[in-house]
Design a protein around this ligand. Structure first.
Ligand SMILES: *Cc1c(COP(=O)(O)O)cnc(C)c1O
Length: 351
């Protein structure tokens, strides 16, 4: 049975009384060898497939802690701003906890699968005519205004605490920390979390050094690379379409202290990496999740890629965003229901 990250890593996490533990069996996601892509990047690559969490993104690791602590403190509702996955996760965990969920999202900017999840779980969704950064400001105000409502964005420290368990799992499965960890950076909570996890693991005296943290933003939403906020962030990778990252300091510290870096990749590089993961390794992640691999390919191409063992965190499942695929490839027209018509296609595929 999947016991969830709170029960599995209890000694490492903030206190949650038994009765308040709200879990759907998150964590314990696969670390998948990627032999073909390893050759491409010139290092031994593993994929930490966070799309295998209950709501199909890593957000569940933090949400279980944030929601459990909200329940323990007597909250009647949670609120969050979201580019989609935080909303999907909050909606599911609030349903599980039996409290109300209120999500604020940029109008028309949420990937289809994520919007469907929010609706399925019965959360209240408010679309604003503004971007994620505006949604976060408003959500913070709403939570600040009401003592019985908990903000469950990654500015809530319980989210960061829960998400650091991804680092513990990587260390456990590999037997020691990898040499480098690559991941997408949006609001910068997750890179902050992983660095916290690796640092705590090292400080607890387990073997190995903490890895170099390699964070990648989408070029059109790369405030940490440019050194200033983006008024109108734009990228196909909607999960990292953020112009003013709340955990900016955490991300910069992770890169600095680990000898890593935060760089940017283009939308074309992101989509190409998403395609390679799906077609060469059989792993389907959403566009934002492929930013880590896109970055590794870029560094390798420039002769400055990491060596040794490298983990790329695939933050969310590809089914979250079907439109990105359907924009580029179509289902073919039907053919006659005859052997000849169908066999002709097979012949074309494998002459
Ligand atoms: C939230 C999210 C990110 C970005 O994580 P941050 O903590 O905001 O940096 C990346 N990919 C996916 C799929 C996400 O849901």
């Amino acid at each position: 049975m999947r016991q969830g990250v709170i029960r599995r890593f209890r000694g490492w996490l903030p206190e949650v009384p038994d009765h308040a533990v709200t879990t759907i069996g998150e964590g314990d996601t696969p670390l998948i060898e990627a032999p073909t892509l390893s050759e491409r990047i010139g290092a031994k690559l593993f994929l930490k497939f966070e799309g295998m969490n209950p709501t199909a993104s890593f957000k569940d690791r933090g949400m279980t802690v944030a929601m459990s602590r909200a329940v323990a403190s007597g909250s009647r509702a949670c609120v969050c701003a979201s580019t989609g996955n935080t909303a999907a996760s909050a909606a599911a965990y609030a349903a599980r906890a039996g409290i109300k969920c209120f999500v604020v999202v940029p109008a028309g900017k949420i990937a289809l699968g994520k919007a469907v999840q929010v609706l399925a779980h019965g959360a209240e969704i408010v679309q604003i005519e503004g971007n994620f950064d505006a949604a976060l400001r408003i959500s913070q105000q709403i939570a600040g205004d009401r003592g019985d409502v908990t903000l469950v964005n990654s500015v809530n420290p319980d989210r960061i605490q829960g998400q650091k368990t991804g680092a513990f799992e990587v260390c456990e499965v590999l037997g020691s920390p990898p040499d480098a960890l690559a991941l997408p950076v949006g609001n910068a909570g997750n890179i902050t979390s992983y660095w916290k996890g690796f640092s705590e693991w090292r400080d607890a005296g387990y073997s190995g050094l903490a890895p170099r943290m390699l964070g990648f933003q989408a070029e059109g939403a790369s405030p940490l690379v440019a050194g200033h906020d983006f008024e109108n962030p734009e990228t196909v990778a909607s999960a990292i379409r953020i112009g003013a990252p709340a955990s900016k300091e955490g991300a910069l510290a992770a890169a600095r202290e680990s000898g890593g870096a935060i760089e940017s990749v283009t939308d074309d590089e992101i989509l190409a990496a998403q395609g390679l993961l799906a077609r060469e390794e059989g792993v389907f992640c959403e566009p934002a999740s492929a930013a880590g691999l896109a970055g590794l390919l870029k560094l390798a191409g420039e002769g400055r890629g990491p060596e040794g063992t490298v983990v790329s965190v695939l933050t969310g499942h590809g089914l979250k965003d079907p439109d990105v695929i359907l924009d580029r490839v179509e289902l073919p027209e039907p053919v006659a229901a005859t052997f000849e018509a169908v066999a002709g296609r097979m012949e074309r595929l494998v002459p």
